[in-house]
Structures are given as structure tokens and as C-alpha cells.
Ligand binder design. Structure first.
Ligand code: AKG
Length: 346
């Protein structure tokens, strides 16, 4: 633990440098959290600059996807593909996933558990051909990159959300929120039907756009965020209520109660969350996430895209978290949960 102190001091000294990164915590960074600087426009300025740079990166990524997808993203903030795979291919994929034992990690948040298995292409090779084929899909990568507004490498996992478990504390992901101040992408490829009462993903259409009303709301949040009682909010994932949505001219969230074989890719700087489950549920999906420093002007030059690294990206990310956590430089919320089926335990 004592080892962490010098690193914390270093982090404080470097706090101003975080301005040109994806750093988002108002509570942990005295510069980002400064009411005076945010009154002068720091937070809104970071959003505007990130958006200008992201727009030109996204414009260059645009030719790899269809005009219809570009338009759908621009209007709604997400793209969706129903019946992504031909039925036989989807069934073969399900057999591979539900017929295997996986090295699982778990994280508990309120009354929900996120269970994850990092998917390394190197480890799937030969044993899980359908999964490997899906992860190699150009179409999916291009869509994720466009939504995230960066050409970097998405990280794929197998994921089960066990929600509605008997516990007092609510699932923090079930309150509508924006993940951060700049574009990023999260993707869910659902492996079975998700019913209305089975904790579907929810997204407020159009909430990825930084309208005048949204920027004014962001500015107001930035003045108080460092002291906000909700830790997630204080760390830059702003929570939003129904009255705020109405004041920003935004609709209520759309719930993605969808059929199996549906892919949803959302820019989660838009308002989103998990619909609360009122009974125990288990949602299984292939999940991907992509976020990168929003101030980089280029799309490529991603060390994670080097073939050797890319094929082991999930385990490398985990190993990095394990090493950085004791130094106070990263949080490692994942705990090993043994080898077994992804959907076990309900
Ligand atoms: O699992 C979901 O449906 C949404 C999770 C979420 O809100 C998040 O990852 O930020």
C-alpha cells in the first residue's frame, strides 16, 4: 500500500496533463473538478475540442460503413443489426459458447453481477471457429469504430449479466447515465431473446449529440460534480433524471427488448443504462468496448492493433490492470470466479 503514495503524488502533479486525455473524474482530479475553471468553461471546452477532433476522425472512418448506418448513428446515437448471422451460423456459435467451460471473472455492482470472459483470438483458434470468425468480422469492427469515432482496436468479451439478485442495493448501471464526455462505443450481440422484464439495455435516442441544451446541462453538472454524493457521477459518469431529459428536449429511453442474433452498438456518451430487473435474470451476450484518448487526431497507430497484441488483447488488458492496481494507477474490479459455463448460477 505504501508503494501507492509516491504514485498518487505523481498523479496529482500530472493532473493538468490529464486535460488532454480521456480522464473524467471530477472528484479525483483537482483541475478537472475545479468549480472556478469549470465556470470559466473548462469542461464544456474539453467536450467541444474532443468533438471537433472526433468529427474529423469519424468522417475518415465513414467510408467503411453504409450511408444508412451513418445516418442512423447521426440521428439516434446507435446502430442495430437484427438477424446478424445466418441461422445455422448463429446456432453453431451458440453451441460453441454454451457448450464450453470458460475461465470466468466477476464484478458485483449493487444487485447485479457482471460475469466476463476476455476473448483472445489466439486462445479461440482451432477450438471455437465461429467465435473466432465473429471476432474477425470487418463489418462489426468498422461499425464499432465509426460509433466510437476512433480507428483503434475494440476489446471483445463473452459476458453474462446476472441481475435482479436478492440484495438491498440497486444496480448502479440501472440509473440512466452517460459514460463520459466524449464518444466511445459499447456493443452487445445478444445470444438469446431479451424480454422487457429481463433487464434489457436502454438508450435515449439522440442523446449522443451535444446540443446547446445538453452543453448547458453539462456545464451545470461540472460545477457541482466533484462533491456529488453519487460516486459514479463525481467520477464523470453523469446520472440523469426524467426531468433533465425533458428539459434537454430528449425522449424517454428506448428499451432493447430484442430477439436473439441482434447486435446493438451504442455511443455511450449518450444516456443509457440497464433496465432494472425485478426478478433474477441472466442476459448473455458477446460484448465489445472501444474508447481512446479523444484528442488524438489520428485513427491508427494503436499499439493494441499489432497482430500479436490484438490476438491476446483481453488477457493483456487484465494483466496490466493487475499490475497497475497496487500502484494506485488503475482499478481492478474483477475477481476470478472459476472455470464453468457462462450462464451458470441462477
Ligand atoms: O448492460 C447494460 O444493458 C448497460 C450497461 C451500462 O449501462 C454500461 O455499461 O454503462
Amino acid at each position: 500500500m505504501a508503494k501507492a503514495a509516491p504514485f498518487r503524488a505523481l498523479r496529482t502533479a500530472l493532473a493538468p496533463l490529464a486535460l488532454l486525455s480521456g480522464a473524467k473524474s471530477f472528484r479525483d482530479n483537482p483541475v478537472l473538478g475545479s468549480r472556478r475553471l469549470n465556470r470559466l468553461g473548462l469542461h464544456v471546452g474539453r467536450i467541444r475540442l474532443a468533438d471537433a477532433i472526433t468529427a474529423q476522425r469519424r468522417w475518415r472512418l465513414g467510408r467503411r460503413i453504409t450511408a444508412a448506418d451513418r445516418q442512423h448513428y447521426a440521428e439516434q446515437g446507435y446502430v442495430i443489426r437484427e438477424n446478424l448471422l445466418p441461422p445455422e451460423q448463429f446456432e453453431a456459435l451458440r453451441r460453441e459458447i454454451f457448450g464450453s467451460a470458460w475461465p470466468r471473472l466477476e464484478m458485483r455492482q449493487g444487485n447485479a453481477i457482471t460475469r466476463r470472459v476476455p476473448l483472445d483470438r489466439a486462445r479461440l483458434r482451432g477450438s471455437h471457429p465461429e467465435l473466432e470468425r465473429l471476432l474477425a468480422s470487418r463489418e462489426i469492427r468498422n461499425l464499432i469504430r465509426y460509433v466510437a469515432g476512433t480507428g483503434a482496436e475494440p476489446i471483445f468479451s463473452l459476458q453474462a449479466i446476472l441481475a435482479g439478485l436478492p440484495r438491498d442495493r440497486p444496480d448502479p448501471q440501472a440509473s440512466l447515465h452517460a459514460d463520459t464526455f466524449h464518444s466511445l462505443a459499447k456493443a452487445w450481440f445478444f445470444l438469446h431473446d431479451v424480454a422487457e422484464d429481463e433487464g434489457p439495455f436502454a438508450y435515449v435516442p439522440g442523446s449522443h449529440r451535444m446540443t446547446r441544451e445538453r452543453l448547458a446541462w453539462e456545464r451545470r453538472q461540472s460545477l457541482e460534480a466533484a462533491e456529488h454524493p453519487v460516486t459514479y457521477h463525481a467520477r464523470g459518469s453523469f446520472r440523469v433524471g426524467p426531468e433533465d431529459l425533458a428539459a434537454m428536449g430528449l425522449p424517454q429511453p428506448r428499451r432493447f427488448a430484442v430477439k436473439a442474433n441482434t447486435l446493438v452498438i451504442a455511443d455511450t456518451r449518450g444516456f443509457h443504462g440497464r433496465t432494472a430487473s425485478h426478478h433474477p435474470t441472466c442476459r448473455v451476450e458477446i460484448y465489445a468496448a472501444l474508447r481512446r484518448n479523444p484528442y488524438l487526431p489520428w485513427n491508427g497507430l494503436d499499439p493494441l492493433a499489432l497482430p500479436w497484441v490484438r490476438d491476446r488483447i483481453g488477457s493483456l488488458q487484465l494483466a496490466a490492470l493487475q499490475r497497475l492496481q497496487p500502484l494506485g494507477l488503475a482499478k481492478m474490479p474483477w475477481k476470478p470466479a472459476g472455470q464453468g459455463p457462462i450462464d451458470a448460477g441462477l
